[in-house]
Design a protein around this ligand. Structure first.
Ligand SMILES: [Zn+2]
Ligand SMILES: [Zn+2]
Length: 175
């Protein structure tokens, strides 16, 4: 797919057009070109080091999503994107080059246009990295919290004074 089409898909999901989404689109474009196909289940794992707009492009295009658990966020505030393929058993890390917005006078629209005219290799430092993938998500039973009655995944239930409690209720009692 061309950048323009990928951009359309990502913008629809994200809600607006912005430089962040353009960066994410270029990252996704690189991974697709590299043969990391989009991930209906947990074939891919994305590890992102930012929570900015760019991450939505990966979710929209590669289907590495928060809901499926194959999007892992480290809150480091860096435009770094690592993608692991379970099939290839390989991880590639993209890191945004510092020189990208050296020209500080660029407007938001100019930044978007500039990004969309470039290829991923021009904006990212790309390297293969070691990555130990998380185990696949499992389906867990939920049980009602004995305090508020709300269904809670059993792995998140706290036992306090012989009662099974959800985390918010447990925090109330512990105060
Ligand atoms: Zn945005
Ligand atoms: Zn509760």
């Amino acid at each position: 797919m061309e950048t323009k089409d990928l951009m359309k898909k990502a913008t629809m999901f994200h809600g607006h057009l912005c430089p962040g989404v353009a960066i994410g689109v270029l990252a996704a474009k690189f991974f697709l070109k590299y043969g990391f196909e989009h991930s209906p289940d947990e074939e891919l794992v994305a590890v992102v080091e930012t929570n900015n707009c760019s991450v939505d492009a990966l979710q929209a295009i590669l289907s590495t999503t928060y809901g499926k658990g194959n999007l892992i966020h480290h809150d480091y505030g860096k435009n770094n994107y690592t993608l692991y393929s379970r099939r290839k058993q390989k991880a590639i890390r993209l890191s945004l080059k510092p020189s990208i917005f050296e020209d500080k006078k660029l407007s938001r629209d100019e930044k978007i246009q500039k990004l969309l005219s470039l290829e991923p290799e021009q904006i990212f430092t790309i390297k293969e990295v070691e990555y130990d993938p998380p185990s696949m998500a499992t389906i867990e039973d939920s049980v009602p919290c004995e305090v508020c009655g709300e269904l809670t995944m059993s792995s998140r239930i706290m036992n306090y004074q012989n009662s099974n409690m959800c985390i918010p209720c447990y925090k109330q009692f512990k105060k």
